[in-house]
Design a protein around this ligand. Structure first.
Ligand SMILES: Nc1ncnc2c1ncn2[C@@H]1O[C@H](COP(=O)(O)OP(=O)(O)O)[C@@H](O)[C@H]1O
Ligand SMILES: [Mg+2]
Length: 238
């Protein structure tokens, strides 16, 4: 599904050049659930943003379902992102003045999806995250865990095959973090491929595959916890 070959990312500010990623190689196969860990500043968010086509990379090649992302123009990239990718952020990024229903609706409006289809998807996704009865509530009337579930519903409403989550449990207590993890596991069983950055070692261990980013590179070891056949399959691609 995703192949990164020698991806490099340099942030150039007035005084300094930061190599956020260098020679970053990764293969993600359809249906995987991968937890990404690594020290602060190691490039995890940069990797996720590039994977989600939210920012450009400096060097290397990124293939998403065989499409060479580096060769797309802005519109083509936005279309591909809308078709395939859902993003979940640590800080939820909900709009405070909009109720839950309207928050989930925002990206669907952007995509030009018609009202009846929007309604169907919003109701289905709020149901899926257990918040159907709260559709008229404002974000501030919810707990942190519930707000993150709204953000997940918003990502799911786009019916993404590829879900990227940047520390989705970073602002949650351990009980709520486990509930969000269980929801992500269900979404993965339903068919979405998930890459989740996390600081939480316990949650990372629950994911079938763990990878670690250190100094902008994939660390030498990658931990596979799947069946032996799955290991062989994955290792081939690395
Ligand atoms: N917009 C930016 N401008 C300049 N430097 C950045 C920017 N975003 C990230 N960086 C730098 O790139 C490196 C990797 O950052 P990041 O991907 O956010 O790491 P992580 O998510 O692992 O904490 C860090 O040194 C960070 O300071
Ligand atoms: Mg980060």
């Amino acid at each position: 599904m995703l192949t990164m070959n020698n991806i490099g990312k340099i942030y150039q500010t007035e005084m300094v050049q930061t190599h956020a990623l260098r020679d970053f190689n990764l293969q993600v196969n359809e249906g995987e659930f991968i937890a990404v860990t690594g020290p602060s500043g190691s490039g995890k968010t940069t990797f996720l943003n590039i994977a989600g086509m939210l920012e450009p990379f400096s060097t290397g090649q990124y293939l998403l379902d065989g499409v060479d992302v580096g060769k797309l123009n802005d519109n083509q990239r936005a279309d591909l992102r809308n078709q395939k990718i859902g993003f979940i952020f640590q800080g939820f990024n909900l709009i405070p003045d909009l109720n839950l229903y309207e928050n989930v609706e925002v990206p669907l409006r952007y995509r030009g999806i018609k009202a009846s289809e929007r309604k169907r998807r919003i109701e289905q996704c709020l149901e899926q995250v257990g918040l159907a009865s709260r559709a008229k509530h404002l974000p501030q009337q919810l707990s942190g865990g519930q707000q993150q579930r709204v953000a997940i519903a918003r990502a799911l409403a786009g019916e993404p095959r590829f879900l990227l989550a940047d520390e989705p449990t970073g602002n949650l207590d351990s009980l709520m973090a486990r509930q969000v993890m269980e929801l992500l596991e269900q979404i993965n069983r339903d068919g979405a491929t998930i890459v989740m950055v996390t600081h939480d070692a316990e949650l990372a261990r629950r994911a079938p595959r763990n990878i670690q980013v250190v100094d902008g590179k994939l660390a030498d070891f990658t931990l596979y916890q799947g069946a032996p056949t799955a290991n062989a399959h994955v290792l081939e691609g690395v």
